[in-house]
Design a protein around this ligand. Structure first.
Ligand code: ATP
Ligand code: MG
Length: 385
């Protein structure tokens, strides 16, 4: 009887450990540069997913990082911009539903361990490998850095690898532009582990499952929506501003009259509908269509004007952004609380990063004073000399 009880007890205990280990292996790291307020591209590309993952309860730890050190790599002469946007990004985070009780919100520069990790990882990456990174290439062009690239900017994929590995992240939910960064990180992890022994965790990218969300275009329809390009709809935008931006959006330039057949190819309004709209929106605002497919068919056939589609998109966006804007206004009333969240989060994050750094130093054999073996060995070496 007693033995049976013991076995059952043990099994229960193993199951618990198994569950804990399973859970412990799931950690999220992701973040944003404090170069402006967050926009709807961030929202569909990463933020919305982060909140879902946070609320799923499947992750042991979730680290959300405001990447100020990275923002300085191309804003070195404008520290005030970075400083001002720390709180803006934190407000946007919490307004979207990131909850400091469930997720650790941190500021990159307040975790100096990340710099040390970057410094060691630099030995594992070649200049030509960095030059091949397509996102860095595109960003160098966008910033007119071709003639003189700041070294810090050029090497930021390495610093991103430090951020991800410092927190032993298994999962990185980001937009498509971050794919080359994740690839670079995985290469560094492989190289590190093969040279110094199994130490770092290999992360997986988690892209949005909807094509339109991977790289939401700006309202100009040109490249991706990006703070640096000024083609954004911000999460905190007032209703009137949202409406104006939607009404000015790029559509099909050949769709001149309502009766003309329209094209969906590169049609920003439809890309946004792909990213935001659900069948329920049709019930509420456009009941003559059952879903987006029907609306698209009508547009392609001809007889559906851009203004009607834009008005619908405006309603969809207003519905999505209103609660975010309202929560943000509430949070704005208590900025000391926001500071407290970031301070506590950064302190907590530093503890995790310090543990990883200890493991990295030990693997790289630069833990001279915590390794009694070295002292013993060197003493032996000179005994009787
Ligand atoms: P910057 O112009 O300063 O680089 P940004 O607008 O590109 O700013 P980041 O802070 O670089 O924003 O990106 C933060 C996160 O948001 C990343 O995960 C990125 O993939 C995602 N993201 C940014 N813009 C978009 C977009 N237009 N569509 C989908 N995801 C996006
Ligand atoms: Mg960017």
């Amino acid at each position: 009887m007693a033995a049976g009880k013991n076995v059952a007890g043990k099994l229960g205990c193993y199951r618990k450990i198994e569950m804990r280990v399973g859970k412990m292996s799931k950690v999220i790291l992701t973040g944003d540069r404090p170069t402006g307020k967050l926009h709807v591209g961030h929202y569909v590309g990463s933020l919305r997913r982060r909140v879902e993952l946070q609320d799923s309860g499947e992750y042991e730890k979730i680290f959300i990082m405001i990447a100020d050190a990275q923002a300085l790599t191309d804003n070195a002469d404008n520290p005030e911009k970075v400083r001002q946007n720390i709180v803006e990004v934190a407000l946007d985070y919490m307004a979207c539903g990131l909850d400091p009780a469930k997720s650790t919100l941190l500021i990159q520069s307040q975790v100096p361990e990340l710099c040390e990790l970057s410094f060691y990882y630099m030995n594992l990456v070649t200049v030509s490998r960095l030059q091949r990174n397509p996102t860095v290439k595109a960003e160098i062009q966008m910033r007119n850095f071709e003639a003189s690239i700041p070294v810090g900017f050029f090497t930021y994929p390495i610093s991103q690898a430090a951020d991800i590995t410092a927190f032993q992240a298994t999962t990185v939910p980001v937009g498509e532009d971050q794919m080359p960064m994740l690839e670079q990180t995985r290469e560094i992890v492989h190289k590190f582990n093969s040279v110094y022994g199994e130490t770092l965790v290999e992360p997986q990218i988690l892209l949005p499952d909807n094509e339109a969300c991977m790289r939401l275009p700006g309202i100009d329809g040109k490249s991706k929506m990006s703070k640096s390009l000024g083609n954004c709809i911000y999460l905190s935008e007032e209703p009137d501003e949202i409406r104006k931006k939607v009404m000015s959006m790029f559509t099909d330039p050949n769709h001149l009259r309502v009766e003309d057949p329209g094209s969906l190819e590169g049609n920003t309004v439809f890309t946004y509908l792909d990213a935001f709209c659900e069948d329920g929106h049709f019930e509420r605002y456009l009941p003559e269509y059952a879903n987006l497919d029907e609306l698209k068919e009508h547009y392609k056939r001809g007889g559906l004007g851009d203004v009607k589609v834009k008005k619908f998109l405006n309603q969809v966006l207003q519905e999505e952004l209103e609660p975010i804007r309202n929560r943000r206004k509430e949070l704005q009333k208590d900025i000391p609380y926001v500071f407290e969240v970031l301070k506590k989060g950064s302190e907590e994050a530093e503890k995790t990063a310090a543990k990883t750094l200890d493991a990295v130093r030990a693997a790289m054999k630069i833990d001279y004073f915590s390794d009694g073996e070295l002292l013993k060995e060197q003493t032996e070496k000179y005994k009787g000399a």
